[in-house]
Design a protein. Structure first.
Length: 192
């Protein structure tokens, strides 16, 4: 049902659904419990989110801290985005590393971003309709934003030099990786 490919970050998976096309249009499955379990995605999805954004909008890099961390299964319904996952697990060998790729309605790719990762995207098309399933509950007090332009992470966003990304107030005031590491490490002390 899905072609599964490992990305540059362990646990972050690219899923390409099988598409059935004929003269009426096309059909594909975006989520199936037994297929997700076969792939190794065992998180229970609790919420579906949908956003519509215009070109050059940058959303993220969002995550929920500690025990409230969420996994996300993301895909683009219309348009194209540059999607980014950042490893925010302090004990991980790839802490602070990132993976980015274009996901779009034409390439049909989906990304599985496990709990413990931050997530963000930049809209490349005139408009993008973005849909994602979340595991775990949304807890406003646990919501955090890693700075999209943190030098220590160094995400290479495909932003033309003469363009400023369009950010929310929250996203323009993100934390640095050092603060993320301190907060997440403090939380882990209670579980080690």
């Amino acid at each position: 049902m899905f072609k599964v490919e490992q990305t540059s970050l362990s646990g972050v998976l690219r899923l390409i659904p099988k598409v059935y096309s004929d003269d009426r249009g096309e059909f594909s499955v975006k989520w199936n419990l037994s297929e997700m379990e076969r792939i190794g995605i065992k998180e229970k999805f609790t919420q579906d989110n949908f956003s519509v954004s215009k070109k050059n909008v940058l959303r993220g890099i969002h995550y929920q801290s500690g025990q409230y961390s969420q996994g996300k299964l993301v895909h683009v319904v219309r348009g194209a985005v540059y999607d980014v996952a950042v490893d925010l697990r302090p004990l991980s060998k790839t802490f602070g590393k990132w993976h980015g790729e274009v996901i779009s309605e034409s390439n049909r790719s989906m990304l599985w971003i496990p709990p413990g990762f931050g997530h963000g995207f930049l809209v490349l098309s005139d408009v993008a309709e973005f849909s994602y399933k979340c595991s775990g509950r949304y807890i406003q007090e646990a919501e955090r934003t890693l700075a999209w332009n943190d030098d220590k992470v160094g995400v290479e966003w495909p932003i033309p030099k003469d363009v400023q990304p369009i950010l929310s107030e929250k996203d323009s005031k993100g934390f640095t990786l050092d603060l993320v590491e301190d907060e997440e490490s403090s939380f882990l002390q209670f579980f080690i």
